[in-house]
Ligand binder design. Structure first.
Ligand SMILES: [Zn+2]
Length: 240
């Protein structure tokens, strides 16, 4: 069994900490900062063995050095961004595998938000850590890539098993949902999810993780019929 813990950080970041009961191994995904992660691990009696980074942005790597100093953990991240993440120990790319105990994580190259962005898919656990590529009802901004790349990423993630739990790195769902109903005004699943997200956020509840099934039904970027349509929707969301 893999247990995944949500640690809220900075303005709207989620740091995920995953613990494998069988081996006792613990990995932190995209630590924006160190102290709340170290505190949560200590509270649970978990020893952090690893950090996995999805991309170089500071709100995903800012805690790397301090967590490594405190725990001696090994840091794995995108080979294509090694020059921008000086704390990396293990460089991975498409087709590589990271291990959490006996559980394998397949590394998927999903460039667009950044040029070397990767995701970690753990098929045996039915979970994926997607950083800033896929959000609940949204996708990452195209800082270092193209709409065609992001569209390919969406198709690829859409093909994962529908029940896969998707751990995104930000709580952006309410804004995304308000855009989604404009992009797809006739989509009843979007309308229902918008209402559910508004209610959850008004209660202060998190809306992540999501699932591939929910994204296929309500995410206007995953549902875009072409790279061009994704690009138009992304530009409209940037100005929304
Ligand atoms: Zn980012």
């Amino acid at each position: 069994m893999i247990e995944v813990v949500r640690i809220a950080a900075l303005q709207d970041n989620y740091i995920w900490m995953a613990h494998d009961d069988a081996s006792g191994a613990t990995v932190v995904i995209d630590p924006a900062e160190a102290q709340p992660v170290l505190d949560e691990a200590a509270r649970r009696g978990w020893t952090i063995d690893q950090i996995w980074n999805t991309h170089w942005h500071g709100d995903h790597t800012g805690g790397n050095a301090a967590i490594k100093a405190a725990t001696g953990c090994t840091i794995t991240g995108p080979a294509a961004e090694a020059d921008k993440i000086p704390t990396l120990d293990v460089l991975v790319d498409e087709g590589d595998t990271a291990q959490l105990g006996a559980i394998a994580a397949q590394v998927l190259a999903v460039p667009a938000h950044t040029a070397g962005h990767i995701a970690y898919h753990l098929p045996a656990a039915g979970i994926a850590f997607v950083g800033d590529t896929l959000f609940a009802m949204g996708c990452g901004r195209l800082f270092e890539g193209t709409a065609a790349q992001m569209w390919a990423n969406m198709q690829r993630l859409a093909a994962l098993p529908p029940e896969t739990l998707v751990y995104c790195a930000h709580e952006y769902t309410l804004s995304n949902a308000r855009f989604a109903i404009v992009a797809e005004p006739d989509n009843r699943a979007v309308a229902a999810r918008l209402a559910a997200v508004e209610a959850a956020r008004s209660r202060g509840e998190a809306t992540v993780p999501t699932t591939i099934a929910d994204e296929r039904a309500t995410n206007p970027f995953m549902r875009a019929g072409s790279a061009e349509e994704l690009g138009r929707r992304r530009a409209a969301k940037d100005a929304f």
